[in-house]
Ligand binder design. Structure first.
Ligand SMILES: Cc1cc2nc3c(=O)[nH]c(=O)nc-3n(C[C@H](O)[C@H](O)[C@H](O)COP(=O)(O)OP(=O)(O)OC[C@H]3O[C@@H](n4cnc5c(N)ncnc54)[C@H](O)[C@@H]3O)c2cc1C
Length: 311
């Protein structure tokens, strides 16, 4: 039986691995279908401390992985489908294999939702399509951008982008925003934000170099089609936390995020089972916050194992 199994190799899982390995817990990380997590899908990370010139997302995650390996973290490529946390032996099952451990850190992240329209995936990451204004907004200084969505996050993204961009067009498929009244009012009052109602994006259109030049839209009331020129497209229609395996086992909020217990940000209702990163954090969803939670979860796991006198 393992001391500690960590699920996920994003910023949270790998940071947990570094701390646990340095504490001699000999952790095993199960890395899932996206080794390195979400950050491997972006080329430029400018807000992770320690990299004043910025760093490629893939390179950053590769470095974190090497750092975890250096202290003895072991990796296994597998996908966990179900869990059983009753009793002292925690069980994780991938269908073919059952893993057993004294303690677990769940760091399975979240996946941004996409529209699934032409051009979206081709230009996602570094060619103008983004799911994170905090991460990428500063790349669009004095440019015109489009935000797609109508909830609180879409309003937050749009308002944040007004700090850099010359114009923000907010495209929403309904006639009014779903966001809270205060957020909606602030958004609609902003001089740089122009809402476009009852409209869906049908395609994202590239320029000759393959970067975003416009979005093709359709008004769903009268079916008219047109284009809006823009340099950036921010999709703000939500995230799906990767927590299917925890349904009916852990407490999930209505959107599927694991809800930490008590004052701790990393404990769950099961002793010895901890959570870290975007799978339990609907608010911040940043590399550095995920890494911070991975650190906390690892320290908590270490203390918990020590208190059981099993290490
Ligand atoms: C395009 C893009 C650009 C971004 N840019 C920035 C930026 O510039 N700055 C910034 O701070 N943040 C940025 N972010 C956000 C940042 O990537 C996330 O906040 C961070 O990666 C969250 O880390 P995590 O470890 O919680 O989860 P993730 O990175 O989502 O990793 C989850 C891990 O869990 C694994 N996994 C999932 N399900 C299972 C399962 N059932 N079994 C086993 N393993 C599983 C996956 O394979 C993956 O390894 C960006 C995100 C995207 C998508």
């Amino acid at each position: 039986m393992e001391n500690l199994i960590i699920l996920g190799t994003g910023c949270a899982g790998l940071t947990a691995g570094i701390y646990a390995a340095r504490a001699n817990l000999n952790p095993l990380i199960i890395e899932g279908s996206q080794p390195g997590g979400q950050l491997t899908t972006t080329s430029e990370v400018e807000n992770f401390p320690g990299f004043p010139e910025g760093v490629d997302g893939y390179e950053l995650m590769d470095r974190m992985r090497k750092q975890a390996e250096r202290f003895g973290t072991r990796f296994k490529s597998d996908w966990i489908e179900s869990v059983d946390f009753e009793g002292p032996v925690k069980k994780l099952s991938s269908g073919n294999t059952t893993y057993e451990a004294k303690s677990i850190i769940i760091a399975t992240g979240a996946s941004p939702k996409f529209l699934n329209v032409p051009g979206e995936q081709e230009m996602f990451g570094s060619k103008g399509v983004s799911t994170c204004a905090t991460c990428d907004g500063a790349f669009y200084r004095d440019m015109e951008v489009v935000v797609i969505g109508g909830g609180d996050s879409a309003c937050e993204e749009a308002l944040f982008l007004t700090r850099f961009c010359s114009k923000v067009t907010l495209i929403h498929r309904r006639e009014e925003l779903r966001a809270s009244p205060i957020m909606a009012e602030r958004t609609l009052k902003h001089e740089k934000i122009e809402p476009i109602w009852n409209t869906i994006v049908e395609a994202m259109l590239p320029d000759e170099e393959g970067n975003v030049r416009a979005v093709k839209i359709r008004n769903i009331k009268d079916n008219t089609e047109s284009e809006i020129s823009c340099k950036g497209v921010f999709i703000a229609i939500g995230h799906t936390p990767n927590t299917n395996f925890a349904e009916g086992v852990l407490d999930l909020n209505p959107f599927g995020y694991i809800v930490p217990q008590g004052k701790s940000m990393v404990r769950t209702k099961y002793d010895g089972v901890f959570v870290a990163g975007d799978c339990s954090d609907p608010n911040y969803r940043q590399a550095v916050t995920a890494a911070g939670l991975g650190c906390q979860a690892s320290l908590e796991a270490e203390r918990w194992l020590f208190a059981q006198e099993t290490i």
